[in-house]
Design a protein. Sequence first.
Length: 222
Amino acid sequence: MRRSLLAACLLCMSPMVLADGQATLVDGSGDPDSAVTARWIGDQLRLDFPRHAAKGYLLLRDGKGYAVTNFGGQPVVLGIRDLQSIAGQLGGQDMSQLGSYQAQQVLALEPTGSTESVAGIEGDVYRLDWINRDGDRRQDSLVLSQRGEVRELLLVVDRYQRIMTGQPDPVAAQLEQRGLGILRFGDKFQVSQLTSTPPDAAALALPAQGGNVSDLLRSVIQ
């Protein structure tokens, strides 16, 4: 996915129980070619990159990340380490940059008093001052919402980014404390569609291994 998404459960309330839902996210310009679709049932998540659909999709199940791709007409399931080795084949920048947008420190997160509608959902505009992991100071405009489905989307995708990067995100801690989910993060990403309609459970099943992982990796490297 192009952008790191954030997340977690509330500190001031009982933890949020994951339900089911579907969403589409795009970059800040709304370019449909940048789309990432998310489907989840409980803590199971599937991420698809429509522009790269022929190259596979990503799954989160039982606290582990997988890439499911096709090799010689057979499904091939790759674990997280193998996935990172061939990230360029599954959306390229989308996956390799997951960690590069994480914050090292949050300096301030303050409401501006403005509101903005994103994907048909009214949210409050906040100004975020932060330092990224490269030590660069940034300022971004965020659109945040307390609606349950917005918080849930953030939570499921954050679980995935934590598995991918192995890093927590300080911005998430701020959102946890305030019970907020995110609809837009500056020009990095925005939600274009969001529904609590459950996806087809079969789409989140882990396929049986049909190909040889070693052969796949060799073909990618070559």
